[in-house]
Design a protein around this ligand. Structure first.
Ligand code: CTP
Length: 447
């Protein structure tokens, strides 16, 4: 019996996939098809796959050509599979010619002719209406956004806005492909969506005006300084059928979601404590260190450190208390926030002029999860138990600086995919705003 194996993502199953599987089956008597897992695709940088793995497996099964279907989830698996299943022929389409010659020491390698003029990428691009994005604010993060948007099909930055004409001109000098304007209404007329990366106190107003004008919004955190304002933005987005996403970057990374799932699976028992830290020393002349009203540690990093707490322990805390260290200008340079829940405690720490370990620890009745610094760019976490020698390691994928994950979520939602996203829900975002509002009151009570 001649055994044949082939692999693919098989997203949005098309004629090219059908032909490939048919020809692969004809090469032998038994066909094994490896379908990539979602995590494996993310590791390989394919973050826009639309069909989930079960749907893709089902489509392969429906062709009737596969005698066995397996999931491919790691690099090097092909060599393992060929030996494990005693495979005679490995095959893929001719777009891969040469790429798998290294398998020739294990079995025969056949590159089958690729069906011309069709691919999942092309279908995805036709489904994903290009989203014309305008960047609001041309500071440090704008160039990073432009760089990361290149990895997301359908995300097309076309314009940038800054109220200061000199800043606009400088930005235009470096990004000639963009329309650069100093009039916000003008920007809103030229785009489908805005990415708001302006100073903290301006987010709400820019977001509101965009949503009122039929423009989708992804905004840097905090969305607003009061619960009521954040609710207003979400209501407006729903009323106008627009997407509103708060860009708490960690929420959208594959590793953070995996950590949340492990924590919720009961692996560490009941969750009883969370410690979540984020510090970055800022220059003494930076906005974070000089703007007493809207700079400082908590407004900079609060939403990020609150995220795991709110996601795992929920909105119903019994009490919260803030403790900050202030510099002589009244800027909060280091902040601790304590949460008390009925059955759990949590502490977050953030700093712009105090450095501490930027770790995330989720403690439970059976063990704890440790994500070392910088957990917000999560590439690794561990599960520990009473027996110190028993450690489970997780190494989730994380590409670039992580912005591509939130941009991808945004574009997918605009295209109607996953609108009920669970990665950062409306409720969670509103709870974070409520806490930010309490922080502003605390700050006022001191200064
Ligand atoms: N394939 C093919 N003809 C096509 C498209 C794909 O023969 N027109 C083959 C590929 O060579 C591969 C298998 O189908 O052996 C699965 O490919 P996959 O990467 O899932 O499909 P693509 O359409 O190439 O996807 P993408 O555009 O995301 O790369």
């Amino acid at each position: 019996m001649t055994k044949v194996i082939t692999y693919g993502t098989f997203d949005l199953f098309h004629k090219g996939h059908y032909n490939l599987l048919k020809h692969a089956r004809e090469l032998g008597d038994y066909l094994i098809v490896g379908v990539t897992s979602e995590h494996f695709d993310e590791t390989r940088g394919k973050i826009n796959v639309i069909d989930d793995v079960l749907t893709r497996v089902q489509h392969v099964r429906e062709t009737g050509f596969a005698d066995q279907i397996i999931i491919e989830d790691h690099v090097g698996q092909k060599i393992e599979d060929i030996q494990r299943y005693d495979v005679d022929i490995f095959t893929v389409g001719s777009d891969w010619v040469g790429a798998f010659d290294y398998l020739k020491q294990y079995c025969e390698v056949v590159y089958l002719p690729r069906t011309p003029e069709i691919s999942s990428t092309e279908i995805r691009n036709s489904i994903f209406q290009p989203v014309r994005i305008g960047i609001v604010g041309t500071g440090r993060i704008a160039p990073r956004f432009l760089e990361e948007a290149k990895y997301v099909s359908g995300a097309v930055p076309v314009a940038a806005y800054n109220p200061d004409w000199n800043e606009v001109r400088d930005f235009k000098g470096k990004h000639k492909e963009l329309i650069c304007v100093d009039d916000y209404d003008d920007l809103l007329k030229q785009v489908d969506a805005v990415y708001i990366a302006s100073p903290n106190e301006t987010h709400f107003d820019y977001a509101r005006r965009a949503l009122e004008n039929g423009v989708h919004v992804i905004s840097e955190k905090p969305l607003a300084f009061t619960r009521r304002e954040t609710e207003q933005l979400y209501s407006l987005s729903e009323k106008n059928n627009l997407v509103l996403l708060e860009a708490v970057k960690a929420a959208y990374s594959p590793g953070f979601q995996e950590l949340i799932n492990v924590a919720k699976s009961g692996r560490i028992g009941e969750i009883r404590d969370i410690e979540s830290n984020y510090t970055r020393l800022a220059n003494s002349d930076s906005r974070e260190r000089t703007d007493a009203k809207y700079g400082g540690a908590f407004l900079e990093f609060g939403p990020s450190v609150m995220l795991p707490v709110i996601k795992l322990l929920g909105p119903d805390y019994r009490s919260i208390s803030f403790h900050s260290l202030w510099d002589e200008n009244g800027v909060d340079i280091y902040n601790k926030l304590d949460f008390v829940y009925d059955n759990a405690l949590a502490t977050t720490k953030c700093g712009v002029a105090v450095k501490t370990e930027g770790q995330l620890v989720v403690s439970g009745t059976k063990g704890y999860i440790l994500a070392p610094s910088p957990w917000w760019l999560m590439k690794h976490f561990e599960v520990h138990f009473e027996d110190a020698s028993e450690i489970e390691n997780y190494d989730p994928p994380f590409r670039g600086d992580g912005l591509r994950y939130e941009i991808s979520e945004f574009v997918r939602k605009i295209n109607g995919i996953g609108r009920d996203g669970y990665k950062l829900t409306r409720g969670e975002s509103i709870t974070m705003s409520e806490i930010t509002e309490k922080y502003m009151e605390y700050k006022k009570s001191i200064h």
